[in-house]
Design a protein around this ligand. Sequence first.
Ligand SMILES: Cc1cc2nc3c(=O)[nH]c(=O)nc-3n(C[C@H](O)[C@H](O)[C@H](O)COP(=O)(O)O)c2cc1C
Length: 316
Amino acid sequence: MTYSVDLSTTLGNAWFPAPIFTASGCASSGKELAQFFPLKDIGAIVTKSVMNKPRHGRPTPRMAETPSGMLNSIGLQGPGIDAFLANDVPWLLNQGARVIVSIAGETADEFGVLARKIRSTPGISALEVNISCPNVENRGLVFAADLESSRRVIDSVRKVIGGEIPIIAKLTPDVTNIQEIARGVVDAGADGLALINTVLGMVINLDTLRPHLGGKTGGLSGPAIRPIAVRAIYQVHEVLPKVPILGMGGVASGRDALEMILAGASGVSVGTASFGNPTALIKIQSELHDLLAARGFTSLNQAIGYAHRASQGEGR
Ligand SMILES: Cc1cc2nc3c(=O)[nH]c(=O)nc-3n(C[C@H](O)[C@H](O)[C@H](O)COP(=O)(O)O)c2cc1C
């Protein structure tokens, strides 16, 4: 695919030819999407968060439709890191795709164990550290809701990953001050941030008169959360302008993606939109290109964080 605007981007020391990525958990390991477009045409596949051991996920039902999004309580179902690194990563690399591996653990130490296994696997572009999962050592409170727990996880990953690949910490918006958590994980060694994970929600079933989801609560994704994501990206870019952000949350069009870039994202992940339309990522990428061109940008880079610049007399 050739574009007149330079759409390439970087997240830490990783370079990507294009700025649209899958969102973790929304395209598994990319195999389903490969029948719709060449996986190498997008920035990278961000794989479902993988844990150390195989997992079954949470009880059913695991999905609920909402007026402008969906609620899921899939949990971190998956094959475990060893099977994942042996099967999924080689398959993706064989497709010419770039791979960002997302990891999740129940303790800070488990994250370190996962990072060590990733370090010894060649070809991975970056590591996304999903700290929006429950910490069994702290009453099941999600790591990213607590500054110290967040820092401890990133610290244990940083000790293992010596700078070969960037560490991207994925944060939850369910906190009072996201700037504080962002600063904390960057101080602890994160090279970039993924904003945002799903927003905690619940649906009550009016027939059973009880929570609809087997896991009771679920994560809200889709258009409903986009303004929350744009706000989080804007707030974090304001205080950490040099730290690359992978933005996500309800992006379904090139316009939505451009909004996140202008707020401060260097790349954009698309999740829920690709459930309804498996070619959404390619459509969004080409719309983003045309919108940038129409606004006189010759590179994506010029548009990153543009919304923060003074509106008077500043050229592109
Ligand atoms: C079904 C489903 C599964 C998800 N699984 C993960 C996951 O394993 N790890 C993770 O970090 N985020 C996970 N997410 C969150 C997405 O990566 C993304 O942050 C969120 O859905 C917002 O983007 P969207 O509105 O484009 O879907 C999941 C989301 C959905 C809808």
